[in-house]
Design a protein around this ligand. Structure first.
Ligand SMILES: *Cc1c(COP(=O)(O)O)cnc(C)c1O
Length: 363
């Protein structure tokens, strides 16, 4: 049986590791978007809430509604609310990141219509990633508009485009300078006293002097930080395991899989495992790029990854039907295997599909 085993104790470890790098007063905003990076957003959010996290963040409104409906009490920041979703966002008292004049106006209209006062919002700036956010020169408009609105500015933030890059990084330095200037523009304003934040996981490790008032760790809560040395301080919260369900002995020259993906260069033993691209194993893991670990040995994926099934080369591994094959887990880094297959830990983890049962280990 396949299983994504989730060790909640490892989440605790990562939480405390991150916390130990910060001042006591610095807030933690735990990012649980995309089903908590492919694990389970509700269980992770509950655990983070019980650890005393200040806030959690999701990407879209629907993700926040699911958590609110399931009784998550701490504030939930929505990073990328869409205009169509603002009514629902209000209904569930989610806190939007406001990133443009358009959404500012529409959201304020809605709040005034509801005769609501002091609804908390967050302002997101684009300082160089060129994804979403206000431009720094829109600050006077924002402050003026806030003053005559029913909204309360809770925080102001931006996002670095390459926080993991070795320092000194020209691009990061530039973004940091722009953000520091934005912070200055909010100083000494009556009735507007936001807190500020800039750092994601690798930023927390790379720019300890920029923790400001809060940080927004995502992937590091799950055990990775985009750098081999930083990863060592963390524990992967999940392991993905499957089991060999058939073994074939094939002759030199035989082909394996769809479209003759692999030819045996020698007489070989191949294992068949019940997991495929529909489970979230990218097709790019095929053709001996990716591997599973069996009895501490690498069994490379041969031929193409099928929808439900993968074949692996076990010629040199002493194993039998029913033996466990591990894709990633403790000491088997999802980041290294992802890198070998031209992707990143984020994509691998967040794509693990619903077909894989989640198995939670509390202690
Ligand atoms: C996803 C996200 C994060 C978390 O990033 P990690 O690299 O996973 O730590 C932080 N901030 C924003 C705006 C995000 O979209």
């Amino acid at each position: 049986m396949n299983s994504l085993n989730i060790f909640l104790k490892n989440l605790d470890h990562n939480f405390y590791t991150i916390k130990s790098k910060l001042k006591n007063s610095t807030k933690l905003i735990g990012v649980v978007k995309a089903n908590a990076y492919g694990s389970d957003s509700l269980i992770i959010a509950k655990r983070l809430e019980s650890l005393g996290i200040d806030m959690i963040a999701v990407a879209y409104t629907s993700e926040g509604i699911y958590l609110k409906k399931n009784k998550i009490k701490i504030p939930i920041l929505v990073f990328y609310p869409q205009l169509e979703s603002i009514k629902e966002l209000y209904k569930y008292r989610l806190e939007p990141a406001i990133y443009s004049k358009l959404i500012f106006k529409k959201f304020n209209e809605l709040i005034e219509e509801k005769s609501c006062k002091k609804y908390p919002i967050h302002i997101k700036y684009n300082t160089g990633l060129n994804r979403i956010g206000f431009n720094s020169n829109e600050t006077p408009w924002i402050i003026k508009s806030l003053n005559k609105s029913s909204l309360t500015l809770k925080s102001v933030y931006s996002h670095l485009s390459m926080s993991e890059e070795k320092k000194p990084s020209k691009i990061s330095e530039k973004q940091i300078a722009v953000f520091k200037n934005i912070i200055e523009n909010y100083k000494n304003k009556k009735n507007i006293k936001p807190f500020f934040h800039l750092l994601n996981s690798s930023g927390i490790f790379n720019y300890p002097d920029l923790e400001l008032d809060a940080v927004r760790p995502g992937i590091s809560l799950y055990g990775y930080a985009n750098n081999f040395h930083w990863d060592k301080k963390l524990l992967p919260i999940s392991s993905l395991t499957t089991k060999i369900f058939q073994i074939h002995k094939i002759k030199k020259g035989d082909s394996v899989g769809y479209n003759k993906g692999w030819f045996a260069k020698r007489n070989s033993k191949i294992g068949v495992i019940p997991i495929g691209h529909a489970d979230g194993i990218p097709r790019s893991f095929g053709m001996q790029k990716g591997w599973f670990t069996i009895k501490n040995k690498k069994a490379y994926i041969i031929g193409n990854v099928c929808m439900d099934i993968i074949m692996i080369d076990i010629t040199e591994i002493n194993c039998k039907v029913g033996d466990e094959a591990i894709l990633f887990g403790n000491n088997i880094s999802a980041a290294s295997i992802a890198e070998n297959c031209n992707t990143i830990s984020y994509e691998l983890l967040s794509n693990i599909s619903n077909r894989i049962p989640r198995n939670f280990i509390e202690n």
